[in-house]
Design a protein around this ligand. Structure first.
Ligand SMILES: Nc1ncnc2c1ncn2[C@@H]1O[C@H](COP(=O)(O)OP(=O)(O)OP(=O)(O)O)[C@@H](O)[C@H]1O
Ligand SMILES: [Mg+2]
Length: 315
């Protein structure tokens, strides 16, 4: 199946920055404090999800509500689990809550309700097993540090395998070796000494992945890592993701490129504030689910070689 997103044609609807949203169950507009006080009577939004209840589930999210000051709702009753050794594509339109969800899992953003468990632990203690690459727009690229410095920052703080209370240790030979290895995996070794402000957009993204890898994490949360990469770099990155998955890592990767999710990912999670669908890409990326997620702004391309695709190219 080939899919592409169509430019939004309508006027921007609910879910835009700063807008206050109504709660579907009650219909009334609530402030953040009121969400915090909501009891179990609030009707849970229906959501599809794959149940993974292994003993050591890498990521378990239950009944998550999150948003921003002023009562802006970004996530509504989100529940899903990620199993070990899975490559999961997180897709949804701009403002659908992808980055917010990753930040809540990471413990960077506090949810209003619900729970997140990483290998059975809270995000605060479980995040030593996490690697995170933010959307590159969120990084201050004028900061005077080199690529190797930034990748080395991935070695700062509690590491996987440490007891929850250990916070610090001297950096040493082992750290240097791992940083070099991560630079190589991201094809950045020749840029190790370059100031980060002098990187191209694609190189910036690869550097953020290398920093996430430097933690030697069991779970990787990657926010739009493939945006702006050329075809060769995208393929290199997909191979890297597949290698990491085959090593038993769990990857949650937000992306706007649904074709990659269809071709290379084990599972797809469609998000539009709530989970629209979660499961194998072939079952999740259906016309009905995509229309529900992207509010009709999806262009369905006929398969390569079909009559209508030939007509479109030549006619
Ligand atoms: N710091 C903030 N303060 C207030 N509202 C915010 C903040 N960050 C995000 N939002 C709002 O929360 C909603 C979800 O934003 P989020 O960044 O999670 O979406 P996204 O799916 O990652 O979008 P994109 O594809 O554009 O990266 C949006 O409506 C956004 O405007
Ligand atoms: Mg985002």
């Amino acid at each position: 199946m080939r899919l592409a997103l169509q430019r939004r044609q309508r006027t921007r609807g609910s879910g835009e920055k700063g807008e206050r949203l109504a709660v579907p169950a009650g219909g009334s507009r609530l402030r953040e404090e009121e969400y915090l006080l909501m009891g179990e009577t609030a009707a849970p939004a229906p959501s599809l999800h794959v149940e993974v209840e292994a003993e050591e589930t890498p990521v378990k999210v239950r009944g998550l509500w999150a948003g921003y000051t002023g009562g802006h709702v970004a996530l509504e009753d989100v529940s899903f689990s990620l199993e070990r050794g899975s490559l999961v594509g997180l897709a949804g339109p701009n403002g659908s809550g992808k980055s917010t969800l990753l930040k809540v899992i990471l413990g960077l953003h506090r949810p209003w309700r619900g729970s997140v468990h990483l290998f059975g632990e809270t995000p605060a203690s479980g995040r030593r097993r996490l690697g995170y690459a933010p959307q590159s727009e969120l990084v201050d690229w004028s900061f005077p540090v080199t690529v190797a410095d930034v990748v080395g920052m991935g070695r700062i703080g509690p590491m996987p395998g440490w007891p929850a209370r250990r916070l610090w240790r001297r950096s040493g030979w082992e750290d240097g070796r791992i940083v070099r290895q991560c630079l190589e995996r991201a094809h950045l070794e020749h840029l190790a000494k370059r100031a980060i402000g002098e990187l191209s957009g694609g190189e910036q993204r690869r550097m953020l992945i290398a920093r996430a890898l430097a933690r030697e994490p069991d779970i990787l949360l990657l926010d739009e890592p493939m945006a702006g990469l050329d075809a060769a770099s995208q393929h290199d990155m997909l191979h890297l993701f597949e290698d990491l998955r085959d090593d038993g890592k769990t990857l949650l990767v937000s992306t706007h490129d649904l074709s990659f999710v269809v071709e290379c990912f084990n599972l797809a999670l469609l998000l539009h504030r709530r989970v629209i669908a979660y499961g194998p890409p072939s079952q999740v990326l259906t016309r009905e689910n995509l229309n529900a997620t992207y509010e009709g702004n999806v262009l369905f391309l006929p398969p390569e070689g079909s009559d209508s695709s030939r007509q479109r190219r030549h006619g």
